[in-house]
Design a protein around this ligand. Sequence first.
Ligand code: HEM
Length: 536
Amino acid sequence: MTTITASATQYIDSIIQKLSGNENVEKLIEKLTAKENRSTILGSAAVLLTAYYVLINQLELNRPKGFRNIPKLNNRKNVISLFRNDPFVDRYNANLKALLEDQGIGRARMAGNDIIFLATPEYSRVLLNNNDMFLKDTTETSPKYTLVRKFFGGINLVFSNGDVWKRHRAVANPAFHRSWDTKLFGHCANEMSEQMDKDMANEGSVEIHSMFQRLTLDALGLAAFGFDFQSLRNPKGRYVTVYNDLMKGALNGLYFLFPYLDRFPIGQRYKMHQKLKEFDELLYDIIKTKKAEIESQNITANSDLLTMMIKAAESEGTVAKLTDQELRDNLSIFFLAGHDTTANSLACTLYYLALHPEYQDRAREEALAAIGDDGTVPTSEQIKHLPFIDNCIKESLRLCPSVAQLPGRVMADDYHLTNGYLLPKGSRVILSIYSMHHNKKYWGDDVETFRPERFDESANGGKKVDPYLWVPFSFGSRSCIGQQFSMIEQRVVLTMLLQRYVFKLPADSPHREKLQFGRGGLLHPANLRLEVVDRA
Ligand code: HEM
């Protein structure tokens, strides 16, 4: 484009030089510059410029062909739906589904950026195997004074790239890849049972999603840094309230659209910034205590994530230590990444088991065979082999992937897909996990039916599900570091609950026809009430 403009200017200059001195031309210039003609000329210039601008924008003549060929999504409707904060699935079904499931690719323009959606296992393979080309969109782009930036930190495992990400992942890997003490999750499952019994006695049903949110917050607090939020026992406790308020505040869409509102926060927003200071004091206190414990050798084999991360950095020698601020930022991001995600998965799985009693019976049979019926917390060994329950969790994560779209990537350079499409440098790319998980082409006509057998290799002639197609935890080197943690938590909790209760969907449940989803960033059931009947 710049080359074309430069040559055009040179060409016009040479013509002006040739024409200067020519009497007719000089008369014409005189006419054009006369005062009375100026408004006409300015008007015509404005019309020409507008026409040029419209042509460039509508026909996109300034964009490369490979990009222009990518089918366009219905942008206007999609943006309106975003502003209305419609639940993700409604927005997807109305505006994205048809094109993405048919073409596997589509593009839109939002807030001045090109967004390209990818939705086939082939594109998924390309994206997930090219981390240096498809860069994570980091929080560094949001100003330092925003609540979201202060809460989740500038640089952490989730929002970093290249060598910085490698360093954080190297420190966190040993902390996650080890056997987890099932007692921790068992303790939380027992606490949840007590609360469910109370709700059943008082209300006749249990809102299962919020119950799981409380369970996973308690489990993560204990596992991450040995702190008990006690949100199951006391949902209005000091730190639970602080944490929940901060989450709500950090994910408030208004401040994503207008981040500068956080520069001089007032009223409730000001109070949130103050609460963050309280939360930070707690985290830094815990870090200090853990460091002192490590120094005095006062640590056990079943230490929390934080202790393991500090120890990993100190004993490896090869990986640089994380600063207190980096440790704090990672702890904070573990909460964002690892608590609601698991809660949503547990809630959806229990919903499908309540909807399909025959699958629930089969899952319970497997649970009882593995862990017995005496009400004790299962051991790691006992929950190692639960193929049917695992398949129920997988099928539930297929239908309800908590992370419905992989967080955005930014193209480090122009990238040509094999079929001629171009992903231009700087454009944003989103892998639509939800679209791949709901496409008939890949899963058959019963795509919307809960059928755990899809994941049973022996029932499918040894055929495995493509790991780039089923990606609730993503895949490859940047896949979810907490996958094993989450699966162990889900196995312990589900086996213990199935051992003790029968779950039923109330006859008048709004979820009877299909699961209804709530608003917000992660895919989760909206107000899901189940009847929880004691087997005894
Ligand atoms: C059902 C539960 C979970 C789901 C569906 C889930 C999903 C995901 C997905 C899709 C990613 C990839 C994000 C991306 O590449 O942009 C991811 C990354 C991550 N998850 Fe999870 N997650 C779950 C549980 C957890 C838990 C329990 C933790 C921690 C305690 C956790 C911590 C993380 C972290 C730190 C990353 C970033 C890894 C990296 O970039 O190296 N997740 N998760």
